[in-house]
Design a protein around this ligand. Structure first.
Ligand code: ZN
Length: 244
C-alpha cells in the first residue's frame, strides 16, 4: 500500500497542484487537516481534494474555525482576518463539507494513524521533548503522522527516544524498523515554515516500510498575487517566499 500524505494545504492551490503532479502513483491519500485558512483559494482546494479517488480526511483547527465549529479567540490577528475572509468566501456546499470533517486521531491500518495537532489533542502543538514523549505514549499505531506546526520533524522511539533527521532537502527517506515507534510531521503543502519555501508532502510505502518526505517547487508568485488580489494581509503572501 502506498499512501500519499498531505497536511496544511491552507487554500494554496498552486502548491496543491504541484504536489499532486509530483506525487506519482499512490493507493490512498491521507489528508491531515487545515485545508483552508491563510491562502486565497479555499473553494478550489476543497473541491480538488474532494475529487481525490481514495482519501481519508481529518479536520484542522482552521477548518474547524472556518466552519464555525470553534471560535477564533486563540488565533492571532492575521489568522483571524484570514479565517473570517475564508468563511465568507466558502460556498455553502464546501462549508458543509468542512463542518463534517472527522476529528483526529484516526487509525488507518495496523501501521499508521493520523492526527492534526497531536494524538492526545487535535489542537495541541508538538514543540518540545515533553510533547513528543506524550504523543508517542498516546499513539495507538507504530507510526503516528501529525501536522499543525508546518515544520517537518521525525522522532523514533525504541527504548530511548531520539530525533531523526532533521528531515530536510529534496527527498528525505526514513526506513521504518519493525521494533520502533515513530512520530513524524511530513511538513506543510501550502505554507511551509522551516525556511524552505517549497511545498512538502510524503509517500508512505507500507510494504517497503519507508516514509519519504518530498519537497517540490511551485508557482509561489502566482499564489502571492492571488492572496494580495483577494484583499488578504500582504504578510501572508510574503511569508510564502521565505517559508516562514
Ligand atoms: Zn496549519
Amino acid at each position: 500500500m502506498i499512501y500519499l500524505i498531505l497536511s496544511d494545504i491552507h487554500a494554496n492551490m498552486e502548491a496543491l497542484e504541484a504536489v499532486l503532479a509530483a506525487a506519482g502513483r499512490y493507493d490512498h491519500a491521507l489528508v491531515l487537516g487545515d485545508l483552508v485558512g491563510y491562502g486565497a483559494d479555499p473553494n478550489d482546494v476543497v473541491e480538488r481534494v474532494r475529487k481525490l479517488p481514495s482519501a481519508t480526511f481529518i479536520r484542522g483547527n482552521h477548518d474547524k474555525v472556518a466552519a464555525r465549529l470553534a471560535s477564533f479567540e486563540h488565533f492571532n490577528h492575521l489568522a483571524r482576518f484570514a479565517i473570517q475572509w475564508t468563511t465568507e468566501a466558502l460556498t455553502p456546499a464546501n462549508f458543509e463539507w468542512l463542518a463534517a470533517l472527522p476529528t483526529g486521531p484516526i487509525a488507518i491500518d495496523d501501521i499508521v494513524e493520523i492526527c492534526h495537532g497531536a494524538p492526545f489533542d487535535e489542537d495541541a502543538y508538538i514543540f518540545d521533548d515533553l510533547d513528543v514523549r506524550r504523543a508517542l505514549a498516546t499513539a495507538i499505531r507504530p507510526l503516528c503522522l501529525y501536522g499543525h506546526t508546518h515544520v517537518p520533524a521525525a522522532f523514533r522511539m525504541a527504548g530511548e527516544m531520539y530525533v531523526v533527521g532533521p528531515p530536510r532537502g529534496d527527498r528525505f527517506r526514513l526506513a521504518l524498523d519493525n521494533d520502533a515507534r515513530y512520530l513524524v510531521n511530513c511538513g506543510a503543502v501550502g505554507q511551509p515554515r522551516d525556511g524552505d519555501p517549497r511545498a512538502a508532502f510524503a509517500l508512505l510505502d507500507t510494504m517497503a516500510r519507508t516514509l519519504t518526505i518530498v519537497r517540490v517547487p511551485y508557482d509561489v508568485a502566482s499564489a502571492q498575487i492571488r492572496i494580495i488580489n483577494a484583499g488578504l494581509p500582504e504578510v501572508l503572501a510574503h511569508r510564502l517566499a521565505i517559508g516562514r
